[in-house]
Design a protein around this ligand. Structure first.
Ligand SMILES: [Zn+2]
Length: 396
């Protein structure tokens, strides 16, 4: 008997392994990308939770968006930059919530257009749509509510100014792909401080005018490099500087202003309005590098975002009337950490997809009224709550 059973068992074992190998390699392993990267030694710095501040008086809101940044991007960046016992600056914020990023679409996984629209207008929409509902009804954005109520407003993106996230906060379009028109419309918004990479802003439209020329006719000062930006004092600025998404390239890093420098400059200008201001700061490269599974690119962009958040909070604490919210539009890449070793100071990461995922994203907040942003909610809750705090009427 044994003589018969043994070969059969061996055969079935070989068959099972072959089948498992086939299934894993074909449907699973081929899609997961692995990478190893060094993590920092434990730092001695103070990583305690920041004390909250602010009373009932509120003047300014600064919203920081890390495109594609999920909880594991923050965890991985923390390990790489500050070590196992470190913290990214936003992780020290006293109030933490989570938001659901799903769009109003057959596809449950959002893109940056639908996510920006939700975060700006308080309305969910279909993928790729900008500032309007799936049936093309335009909705007012939080930045337009501030602008129309006499506050100063600003948008900074490390990527293209006409890309989905800045567009979702400033204009209306049936598609994020209509970038020529979006650039023209952004130049017409009267938002006081606009900054991003210049693509499509020098392209002539049917009226033979470029978006830059439209902006000039609306009273904007045009700025095209770091020195000009740092020295300007104007109520309306269109800053078209090279993309700040290439920080891992030393050539760019030395030539460009940092996100922290740009943000401080914007705050200095917007804060001249005694009524207050709303400023959106978008770190955009984190999404690109997550699509391409480039962890060293993510490290540089996350470091730049972390430094910008620190100077924002320093300002907000001194001012005492500024609410700071740090969140993301969606997670990109399905990033996970599957091995992390303290003494060997390395970790192994895995990427589940080259696209976005529906993972809820963290929302970190500090300053007056920040306590309202704890808990779990839809991304549309964020602009609606801000509007409520400022007694603005959000569009139904
Ligand atoms: Zn993306």
């Amino acid at each position: 008997m044994n003589k018969v059973i043994l070969p059969i068992s061996l055969l079935s074992l070989v068959f099972t392994f072959t089948l498992q190998y086939y299934v894993l390699s074909a449907d699973y392993l081929n899609q997961i990308k692995f990478d190893s990267i060094a993590i920092a030694k434990t730092s001695e710095a103070d990583y305690s939770t920041l004390p909250n501040f602010g009373g009932t008086e509120i003047r300014n809101v600064i919203l920081v968006l890390g495109d594609g940044v999920g909880l594991n991007h923050i965890l991985a960046s923390r390990l790489i930059l500050y070590g196992p016992d470190g913290r990214m600056y936003c992780e020290r914020f006293p109030v933490i919530g989570h938001s659901n990023t799903a769009p109003l679409d057959e596809n449950y996984i959002t893109d940056s257009g639908a996510a920006a629209t939700a975060l700006a207008t308080g309305h969910k929409t279909a993928r790729a749509m900008i500032g309007m509902t799936p049936d093309s009804i335009p909705k007012t954005s939080i930045i337009e509510l501030f602008r129309d109520a006499g506050y100063s407003t600003g948008i900074i993106s490390t990527g293209q100014l006409c890309d989905a996230t800045p567009a979702g906060f400033s204009v209306k379009s049936p598609s994020r792909k209509l970038k020529e028109q979006i650039a023209r419309d952004i130049s017409n918004t009267n938002i006081n401080f606009l900054m991003g990479a210049s693509e499509f802003f020098y392209k002539k439209g049917n009226d033979s005018k470029t978006p830059v020329e439209i902006a000039q006719s609306r009273g904007y000062s045009i700025v095209t490099n770091k020195a000009e930006l740092m020295n300007i004092n104007s109520n309306k600025i269109l800053a078209l500087i090279d993309s700040m998404n290439f920080l891992k390239d030393v050539y760019y890093r030395d030539k460009l202003p940092t996100l922290a420098e740009v943000t401080i400059k914007a705050i200095e200008l917007l804060n001249q309005n005694k009524k207050g201001f709303f400023l959106l700061v978008e770190e955009d490269g984190t999404d690109d590098y997550s699509h391409s599974h480039d962890i060293s690119g993510i490290r540089e962009q996350m470091k730049q975002m972390d430094e910008a958040i620190k100077v924002i909070v320093d300002f907000a604490r001194k001012d005492g009337k500024t609410l700071v919210i740090v969140t993301s539009d969606h997670e990109t890449g399905g990033l996970n950490i599957i091995e992390a070793n303290r003494s060997k100071s390395f970790m192994k990461i895995a990427w589940a997809t080259g696209d976005h995922t529906p993972q809820p994203v963290p929302v970190y907040s500090i300053g007056p009224y920040s306590q309202h942003f704890s808990g779990f909610y839809e991304n549309t809750f964020i602009p609606r709550k801000i509007a409520e705090i400022f007694n603005f009427q959000h569009s139904k």
